[in-house]
Design a protein around this ligand. Structure first.
Ligand code: GH3
Ligand code: MG
Length: 369
């Protein structure tokens, strides 16, 4: 976008320069046909050189001799000689295809306009023009004829720098919003979206507690640390009793509310070090950093409290929720092995269901009794 704008500006700038060069030529041509003395024309050229940013201007007669010039030193010199002078290099661009001395004079019959410089497509360093003009001066007896060639050299440094500065500004103005937009997006991503995405990946969407994968990863770390420092832990598998019937009797939406209700209860029941997750369906899991008897006590209390805290439906009705819980601990045969602990807790849960549900079972405690 900025490049396109830049190219447009540069080509517009080149056209503007050509237009002002044409104007200048017209003004000087008018001076050449004003029946005025030669020295007046000479003064006009010098004035134009000072006021119009002309590098140089000269009028060459039909013989190829400089009649008047903004630089006095060039007056009366033959054009081929002028072209050899170091300071007049830009003029040579007009005559590159007129190699011989005679050729230069014959080329004077043409109108030409050439941008000179290392980067002519940017407008070049100079604009050199050659234009045929009638000649009508006061006392025209000098034998220099009634036609002459006006040659002007315009220095384009200032215009080119202005155009380049403008292009640079357009480029910066075009890219700044892009840069700031990308930075803003990155910051927003870091501050808001990434934590949200991380949270979404770790948290079960329905219940708001750890999902199965996060629970397993975190539980593995907690157990490894607990083994190192010798903290006893207990694993509890919890399943809602007759959840299918709750769904069937009240609808799936109320079933979802029950899942949220139980999750909230379990998350608020234990200590902050307890790890609470939802394995899926109506099955929950808790890793407690407690020995099994304390864990069983706490879970049984929670089970009873939940029973007396039924879910209140929007229609005013209530849904009683009962839990079966299976507990296994690191003091048992599983030790601190996560998978073995879960399998043992699952065995205890199965027994709890089998014994009529709505109870906490820890088989290890029964074995030692
Ligand atoms: P039990 O006492 O033996 O556990 O009987 P149950 O009816 O609870 O049986 P089970 O635990 O196998 O029931 C699971 C039901 O939970 C079956 C399924 O339709 C329902 N379910 C699973 N996931 C969801 C869920 O995200 N939302 C709702 N509302 N229901 C679910
Ligand atoms: Mg169930």
């Amino acid at each position: 976008m900025a490049l396109l704008a830049g190219s447009l500006v540069l080509s517009y700038n080149a056209r503007e320069i050509e237009r002002s060069a044409t104007n200048l030529e017209r003004i000087l041509s008018a001076s050449m046909t004003g029946y005025r003395p030669l020295h007046d024309l000479q003064r006009d050229l010098q004035r134009a050189a000072v006021n119009q940013g002309l590098e140089s201007a000269l009028v060459v007669d039909a013989r190829g001799v400089v009649l008047v010039a903004s630089n006095n030193a060039l007056v009366n010199l033959p054009l081929p000689h002028v072209l050899q002078l170091t300071g007049e290099q830009p003029l040579r661009a007009l005559f590159t295809d007129c190699p011989s001395k005679d050729g230069v004079v014959s080329c004077l019959n043409q109108d030409r306009r050439v941008f000179v410089g290392p980067l002519p497509w940017l407008g070049g360093d100079f604009l050199v023009t050659m234009r045929q003009s009638p000649l009508a001066l006061e006392g025209q007896g000098g034998g220099f004829g009634d036609r002459a060639t006006l040659i002007t050299v315009v220095n384009l440094d200032a215009q080119r720098n202005e155009a380049l500065t403008f292009v640079l500004l357009v480029f910066i103005a075009g890219t700044l919003p892009l840069i700031f937009g990308s930075l803003g997006l990155l910051l927003m991503l870091r501050r808001h979206l990434l934590p949200q995405l991380l949270n979404m990946a770790q948290i079960d969407a329905l219940s708001g507690i750890f999902n199965r994968r996060t629970f397993m990863e975190t539980a593995r770390e907690v157990l490894a640390k607990a083994r190192q420092v010798g903290v006893p832990c207990s694993m509890a598998l919890i399943d809602v009793d007759h959840f299918k019937a709750i769904n069937d009797n009240n609808g799936h939406e109320v079933g979802d509310q029950v899942i949220r209700h139980v999750s909230k209860f379990l998350a608020e029941a234990g200590r902050s070090t307890d790890l609470v997750g939802r394995l899926g369906g109506d099955e929950f899991i808790i890793l407690l950093q407690n020995p099994r008897d304390r864990a069983v006590q706490m879970l049984d209390r929670t089970r009873q409290q939940l029973q007396v805290s039924p879910l209140r439906k929007h229609d005013g009705g209530v849904v009683e929720v009962e839990l079966s819980v299976g507990v296994a601990s690191t003091a048992g045969a599983s030790g601190f092995d996560l998978e073995l602990l879960i399998a043992a807790a699952d065995g205890a849960l199965y027994v709890a269901k089998d014994r009529g549900r709505h109870q906490v079972v820890c088989l290890e405690m029964e074995d030692t009794q």
